[in-house]
Design a protein around this ligand. Structure first.
Ligand SMILES: NC(=O)c1ccc[n+]([C@@H]2O[C@H](COP(=O)([O-])OP(=O)(O)OC[C@H]3O[C@@H](n4cnc5c(N)ncnc54)[C@H](OP(=O)(O)O)[C@@H]3O)[C@@H](O)[C@H]2O)c1
Length: 272
């Protein structure tokens, strides 16, 4: 078992750390004695997270309200991490909210998701990755999704951006592992998070049994040293094997899953 504090301390930063999987990462890292910087948009949720973590663990917890889709993200991040020795970066934010055909949806919304899931991870990895490599130790986790393993109708932008996160993690793993920095693309399936609950998603109608966010975080930390990619959960790993085996089947499986979760009709492209 990795000594988390020795390998990834003294500070971890979690982009999207106020709730759900991000907050579960925070709890597990705090329990290991790692100080935390938590980022999210809603200040109240950040303050709650800081209060509970500070009550339960003897670590320093800093919170910053920030929109990860901002164009001047790099400048903001620079000032947040100034003077801190960040040994672990987890880019967790990035879920999809709602589903629609790409050409019917708002282009601005798609661009926000691209900022959140592609521009954001690029900025974080660029700014924080180099000092880790120079120090010869550190860890980076990029949250991805089963949706990133194949394109799916209704979730085109989400799937494509999550695919970016997997491929980006693979490449950074290849570049950084020889210098002692662990990189993991962590692929989650349906997970019972507050964000999903708020978005009104119905996992049951899609036939999914959601994982608990704490289990996703636990697997992520356990597998961080064994990148480049890990799919959390036995049943998700079985789905991932199917998705990798047959692209058209994969696309139809993901499309029908999204269609049923959002009560949408599903045309099967391969039978047209
Ligand atoms: N839940 C699932 O079923 C599921 C399935 C597969 C993969 N995943 C992946 O797991 C990760 C976490 O998902 P989640 O369900 O917990 O939902 P999420 O909506 O990504 O929220 C997670 C955290 O990110 C913050 N956040 C979201 N957008 C942000 C922004 N623009 N700027 C700053 N912070 C932001 C949220 O706080 P604020 O709202 O206050 O900003 C919250 O702390 C995502 O990358 C998602 O793709 C989730």
């Amino acid at each position: 078992m990795t000594d988390l504090s020795k390998t990834y301390g003294p500070w971890a930063i979690i982009a999207g750390g106020s709730e759900g999987i991000g907050l579960c990462f925070a709890r597990q890292l705090a329990a290991a004695g790692i100080n935390l910087v938590l980022l999210a948009r809603r200040q109240a949720a950040l303050d709650d997270a800081r209060a509970t973590l500070a009550a339960d663990y003897d670590v320093e917890v800093r919170v910053h309200s920030i929109d990860l889709t901002a164009r001047d993200l790099e400048k903001e991040l620079e000032s947040i991490v100034a003077g801190l020795n960040i040994g672990l970066m987890i880019y967790n934010a990035g879920a999809m909210h709602g589903a629609e055909w790409f050409v019917d949806g708002s282009l601005a919304k798609a661009q926000q998701l691209i900022n959140l899931n592609c521009h954001g991870p690029a900025v974080f990895c660029h700014l924080l990755g180099k000092p880790m490599r120079d120090r010869g130790r550190g860890g980076i986790i990029l949250m991805s999704s089963l949706s990133g393993l194949a394109g799916g109708a209704y979730v085109a932008t989400y799937a494509a951006t999550k695919s970016f996160d997997i491929v980006f993690a693979e490449a950074l793993w290849a570049e950084m592992k020889p210098f002692g920095v662990d990189v993991l693309g962590l692929v989650a399936g349906a997970t019972d998070t507050p964000s999903m609950a708020r978005s009104g998603i119905d996992f049951n109608s899609g036939g999914f049994t959601p994982m608990r966010p704490e289990d996703v975080a636990t697997e992520g930390l356990q597998q961080l040293a064994h990148g480049p990619v890990h799919v959390a959960g036995d049943s998700n790993r079985a789905v991932a094997d199917l998705l990798r085996a047959d692209r058209v089947q994969a696309i139809e499986l993901l499309s029908s899953g999204a269609a049923s979760m959002f009560n949408k009709p599903f045309p099967i492209a391969s039978q047209e």
